[in-house]
Design a protein around this ligand. Structure first.
Ligand code: SME
Length: 160
């Protein structure tokens, strides 16, 4: 139904520009949060090279609960403050982790994960979800990836 042109040699900011544009188009006018998160998890999986998990944890009654994702089955509940996702939720800050094994309290859902990027999605200043990306490569994510996913989080703030 939707076809997106992915140019793998494009600079990273162009990749994220296309990704955010596609996510915006796919979620525009759709009020179902699960449908929107499912499509965005699929877009992240399709667009981003060298990832083994892309998806969402949602803030539900004060804890993070697994949302739509691509990749291996993952842990379902994460306490705020625990692991990389819980740290992003507690602080409201993006977590860019070059080596997950060096992150105190990292929660290993997929033993292949080596680096991770977690970006909080905020609505009216409250964290309502986090976007989680895992890679089997060390130092896979940098500040450009963080900026790209932060732009995505802004688009999704009122759509999930
Ligand atoms: N590694 C995460 C847990 C979620 S999985 O990566 C899908 C963490 O430490 O919070």
């Amino acid at each position: 139904m939707f076809e997106f042109a992915i140019n793998s040699v494009a600079p990273k900011y162009e990749l994220y520009h296309e990704l955010v544009r596609s996510a915006d188009a796919l979620t525009d006018g759709e009020t179902d949060a699960v449908a929107n998160m499912a499509n965005v998890a699929a877009l992240l999986w399709e667009y981003l090279p060298d990832v083994n998990w892309t998806g969402f944890y949602r803030m539900v009654d004060g804890e993070l609960v697994l949302g739509p994702f691509q990749g291996k089955a993952a842990c379902i509940r994460i306490a705020v403050g625990e692991g990389v996702c819980g740290t992003a939720a507690a602080s409201g800050e993006t977590q860019l982790v070059a080596d997950v094994h060096a992150f105190p309290g990292h929660i290993a859902c997929d033993a292949n994960s080596a680096s991770e990027l977690v970006v909080p999605v905020k609505r009216k200043g409250e964290v309502i979800a986090v976007i989680d990306l895992d890679s089997p490569s060390l130092m896979r994510f940098d500040a450009d990836d963080a900026a790209g996913i932060e732009a995505l989080a802004e688009v999704l703030a009122n759509r999930i």
